[in-house]
Design a binder for this molecule. Structure first.
Ligand SMILES: [Zn+2]
Length: 277
């Protein structure tokens, strides 16, 4: 599933390619991904709307729209979840997995494609977006965020540290791939109660995330299975994964066999029982 680095890659690419583009028509072929707008209303809602800016919040690609009928400007927020992708001129015209197509004034086509259709395409007004954003946790790459603040948020929970890292209401944008990698990098047992981490361990986890996530963005994210960028390309960070997807392989740090477990919230966790304590 696209996490922070993948969503950031999509958003940066689309901002460079789409800023200033005007939507001239919308076609909905699978309406079940839509939120906040019906299939019948989608064409009118997006018609002659200009893409002002594209950015990322949590695991959402956020398109700020100007000039439409929505007071205060509308926000199109796309959450690709498991198999979703926003593709710019990279989806075949007869692709059965395309759910929504937006035609642009210059002939280009932006498509939301989703095989399992667990992702969402949401239209918010300014107030609705503001309210929704308040349900999301802190951004781990926020320049204003300090190690002490991060550590405080994380260590206030009695749940497993990995579950806390993946909770979007606490830390936004981190999912299974980067939680697994961050805990391996910080040499922390994923099942430890977050509240039992020392201040130094909380700080170490913060430092690892602040190094890991930008490095993954630089590699354009991780294409483990489904993730594709806005041009249909793959992320290269899979080559740098140390633990995720490597159950049974030797730990790159100590050589012990990495183990996989689904004991934390039913999600696969790979870790080194020897050097993650
Ligand atoms: Zn190890």
């Amino acid at each position: 599933m696209p996490e922070l680095p993948e969503t950031e890659t999509i958003a940066r690419d689309l901002d460079a390619a789409l800023a200033g583009a005007v939507i001239t028509g919308t076609t909905v072929t699978h309406a079940d991904v839509l939120r906040g707008v019906s299939a019948a209303d989608a064409d009118a809602a997006f018609r002659d709307v200009r893409v002002a800016r594209v950015w990322r919040r949590a695991k959402l690609v956020v398109c700020e729209l100007a000039g439409g009928t929505v007071a205060g400007g509308a926000v199109l927020a796309v959450q690709p979840r498991f198999t979703g992708a926003l593709l710019l001129d990279a989806a075949a015209p007869d692709d059965p997995y395309v759910c929504v197509r937006w035609s642009l004034h210059d002939g280009r086509v932006l498509a939301y494609r989703d095989v399992r259709r667990l992702g969402t395409v949401s239209l918010f007004d300014a107030q609705g977006w503001h309210t929704y954003q308040r349900t999301l946790g802190i951004e781990p790459l926020d320049p204003a965020l300090t190690a002490a603040e991060f550590s405080g948020y994380v260590r206030s929970s009695t749940r497993a540290i990995k579950a806390v890292l993946m909770d979007q209401r606490v830390i936004a944008g981190v999912g299974n791939i980067y939680a697994t990698e961050a805990l391996w990098g910080a040499r922390l047992d994923p099942s430890r109660r977050a509240c039992d981490l020392s201040t130094a361990e909380g700080d170490r986890l913060f430092d690892v995330l602040r190094e890991l996530l930008p490095r993954a963005i630089a590699a354009r994210g991780t294409s483990f299975r489904d993730y594709r960028d806005a041009h249909g390309g793959r992320g290269r960070f899979v080559e740098q994964l140390q633990a995720y997807g490597r159950s049974g392989a030797p730990c790159p740090r100590c050589g012990a066999r990495l183990v996989g477990s689904d004991a934390i919230d039913g999600r696969m966790t790979v870790f080194c029982a020897w050097c993650q304590r």
